[in-house]
Design a protein around this ligand. Structure first.
Ligand SMILES: [Ca+2]
Ligand SMILES: [Ca+2]
Ligand SMILES: [Ca+2]
Length: 339
């Protein structure tokens, strides 16, 4: 694993935030202040948490950030990490400089200030914030970038509680103490694997929904005539429209709209919401069809209730190279019954 989670907030509505995030209070999917393409973003007035399975002691988190309504408070907006035992790790706290009317971040661990960034941000503008932590009891490193420029760094420091069982973080929390803040184009990665092991830089996340049935239609459509019409809605509709199968190795794949610009594609991500109705264990895998071959990933055991899974294809499995427009535009994505 390298990319642990990505979210452009364009493929679901406020009602589905709970599928993707572990807790969310005072959060909505909003589009009043679009950053650029993919204009929906997450608006936070309270807090939101994401848990993940760490595979290393390096964590990088990036997201577009807009200060919509700043209010003076000890912690108006902060990014907090938690280690695998639940102890608070490094925090980045938004701060305001009244002399220049600009904003920056203060990086803290265990009450001590590790660094203060340059104060470069103004309210109502989008910025791309990235922070990296090397998680270590004595030799940790913290770095923060704003719009690809390193604005704060510290090293040779503790970034994890001395008693922690494993030097890794497993949760990030964004908390608003006062005001309103907006996030978009968010990624979280560790440094395992060989593709994305460090800052991605200022990225954009595009959302695509299925627009026709692909090569594989082994599943049965329920609630709409065609398979893709059962899984193309933004507002996840539960048992109203869905595709289903109880046959091992059934595959459904869908076509997606072509992207016209010549983007440099860092990864392609597929998102599935699924459940089982069997009493026993049933599992699915995410599938991509590229170059005429179906490729599937790990088995994901299903629950009785709908649950969300996201898988990342950092390379085109057909070429083993970075995705290009041609490969992506002809690829199909879908689902397979594996248990
Ligand atoms: Ca977006
Ligand atoms: Ca549906
Ligand atoms: Ca296509």
């Amino acid at each position: 694993m390298s990319l642990l989670y990505v979210d452009g907030f364009d493929s679901y509505d406020t009602s589905a935030i709970g599928y993707r995030w572990d807790t969310a209070l005072g959060c909505t999917i909003d589009n009043l202040h679009p950053r650029t393409l993919g204009g929906n973003y997450l608006k936070i007035t309270d807090n939101i948490e994401k848990m993940f399975q760490p595979s290393s002691n390096v964590l990088v988190n990036g997201f577009a950030f807009r200060i919509d309504d700043y209010q003076i408070s000890p912690n108006p907006f902060k990014i907090s990490y938690y280690d695998v035992d639940g102890n608070l790790g490094v925090e980045y706290i938004l701060s305001y400089d009244s002399g220049t009317n600009k904003y920056g971040f203060i990086c803290k661990f265990n009450g001590g200030v590790l660094f203060t960034t340059a104060f470069t941000m103004v309210a109502s503008n989008w910025y791309f914030i990235e922070n990296k932590v090397l998680i270590d009891k004595t030799n940790g490193i913290v770095i923060m970038k704003i719009n690809d420029s390193t604005e704060g760094t510290a090293s040779g420091i503790a970034t994890v509680d001395n008693s922690v069982s494993l030097e890794s973080y497993s949760k990030v929390k964004y908390t608003v103490g006062a005001g309103c803040y907006e996030l978009d184009d968010l990624y979280i990665l560790d440094n395992t694997g060989s593709t994305h092991v460090d800052f991605l830089g200022n990225i954009l996340i595009l959302a695509l929904a299925p627009d026709s049935d692909g090569t594989n239609t082994n599943f049965s459509p329920n609630g709409s005539a065609n398979n893709f019409e059962c899984v193309d809605e933004k507002n996840i509709d539960g048992d109203v429209t869905f595709v289903s199968s109880d046959i091992l190795n059934s595959v459904d794949t869908y076509n997606y709209p072509d992207i016209s610009n010549n983007y440099q594609i860092k990864a392609v991500v597929s998102n599935i919401v699924a459940r089982k109705t069997d009493a026993g264990n049933r599992a699915i895998s995410h599938v991509v069809r590229s170059g005429g071959t179906n490729y599937s990933l790990d088995d994901i055991s299903l629950l009785d209730n709908y649950s969300f899974s996201q898988r990342v294809w950092e390379k085109d499995p057909n070429t083993l190279n970075d995705w290009d427009n041609t490969g992506l535009n002809s690829a199909e994505f879908g689902v397979k019954v594996t248990i």
